[in-house]
Design a protein around this ligand. Sequence first.
Ligand code: IMP
Length: 195
Amino acid sequence: MLATRNAHKAEELTRILESFDLAVELKLVSDFPGAPEVEETEDSFSGNALLKARALCRFTGLPAIADDSGICVDALGGNPGVLSARWSGATENVDTSNLELVLQQTADVPEAKRGAQFVCAAVVVFPDGTELISQGEMPGRILIAPQGKNGFGYDPIFVPVGFTKTTAEMTSAEKDSISHRGIALRNLAEQLKGK
Ligand code: IMP
């Protein structure tokens, strides 16, 4: 089962996992009424992904896949990092508020210092206690204004290394082929195939 309540992430995870021919049937948190809300209290991506997967594996009795991800901005000392989803503290229009706060906080940062990377830890926890962990990174830089309508979260301000467009201007397939989530899941799928 996919241990995420983020619809955008569930869509990307499903899309990427289905491309691997793993012969698994994916279930969503919404298929399990009463599933626990998991607080992300760890200070690492893998720590938080494990918290989510362990809790949902325990609740459903099924192997659970979780990802924890975020954007680490050099000029902000690696923040928002694991706090990416909660950076602005907003409860409405969350993605836009988070992105606008990062733009505000980096408004005076010169081009040469606008480095950033997306990071994704992807894990699977099995009912027998086996845990598989993988991490992917996508290096790039952040813009001074949003560009593009695809994707979600910080995509409209992120340009990966080697590109001149944001991940919000890419097709799903293009983003998946280079993204932190794509890299982490491809590695996880390899580990799953070996099981
Ligand atoms: P969490 O993994 O549920 O803690 O949320 C991660 C947050 O990081 C998301 O809500 C987004 O704001 C951001 N994020 C993670 N991956 C991406 C991505 O692929 N594109 C844009 N934003 C992302």
